[in-house]
Write a new protein. Structure first.
Length: 276
């Protein structure tokens, strides 16, 4: 199927062109640079609200647009998920189980930012630590990052989305950790969310085949305990049901003729909290 923006597969997945990848590179770079800049601010005693304020100001300074402000009523420039918050943590809101949003020593934090640059969406998240991580928290962070990179390594024409999910699941579960089933990656480009759903678990060879020109996120959420989650009364914040720690890393990628391109690499090499 064709339209003015290119072909769409029978599964509803848009096939983008080389020129589109240039737009995604710029959007991904801006999002990644903002996350590079916020890293040094993460420390015990800092509030999640102040981190979001910095991100909002940086987006405005660059003259780009936050994709999350106003999205389905959401009013923040980031999602900030602390400890057992799996995703969609609301900056400035009380950390679940606490009386405020102040970070404590040893907290692990995922910060998720999406910007729109010339109509293209750059979507990425990464882990941070307030102070020094506890050994079990660092093990979780390392395994989540490695799971993401193994999923990305499975991206090439002819493979399937099931191959991506299986690569992540097989590695994570071998570490005696669990992959969250309730949330997934998604198609990206000139829209925030589009087909396909990118599951972080699956069977080899299952799901749609990967084709050159597909653009999507891979963003595994990994729990120290069981995989089940629940969404709190604010209709955004998702937490682990067993209150175990959760970690997440996210890249936006595009399928190339020989593999894939990562649009959201950290320009400063700080994608992992122990780097740089």
């Amino acid at each position: 199927m064709e339209d003015s923006r290119g072909r769409v597969t029978k599964d509803g997945i848009r096939i983008y062109q080389d020129v589109d990848f240039a737009g995604m590179r710029e959007a991904g770079r801006v999002a990644a640079e903002i996350l590079d800049m916020v890293g040094p601010l993460v420390a015990p005693g800092v509030t999640t609200g102040s981190l979001d304020d910095f991100i909002r100001e940086e987006i405005e300074r660059r003259g780009v647009v936050s994709a999350t402000i106003g999205y389905k009523g959401y009013q923040h420039a980031s999602c900030i998920s602390v400890n057992h918050v799996v995703c969609h943590g609301i900056p400035g809101s009380k950390v679940p189980g606490r009386s405020n949003d102040v970070l404590l020593a040893g907290d692990i934090i995922n910060i998720d930012v999406t910007v729109i640059v010339d109509g293209w969406f750059g979507d990425t998240s990464r882990m941070y630590v307030a102070g020094t991580p506890k050994p079990f928290a660092l093990r979780l962070i390392n395994a989540t990052h490695e799971g993401l990179m193994r999923g990305i390594a499975a991206v090439k024409p002819g493979n399937t989305f099931g191959d991506i999910g299986h690569a992540i699941q097989a590695y994570v579960e071998a570490q005696r950790l669990s992959v969250v089933r309730d949330f997934c990656g998604h198609g990206l480009g000139r829209v925030f969310h589009a087909p396909p759903n990118v599951l972080h678990y699956g069977r080899p060879g299952s799901g749609p085949k990967l084709e050159e020109g597909m653009i999507f996120t891979i963003e595994p959420m990994v729990n120290l305990g069981r995989p089940e989650t629940k969404v709190l009364a604010d209709d955004w914040t998702a937490i682990t049901r067993d209150k175990s720690l959760s970690a997440q890393f996210e890249h936006s990628v595009g399928v190339t003729a020989t593999g894939c391109e990562i649009f959201t690499l950290s320009p400063a090499g700080k994608f992992h909290p122990t780097w740089g």
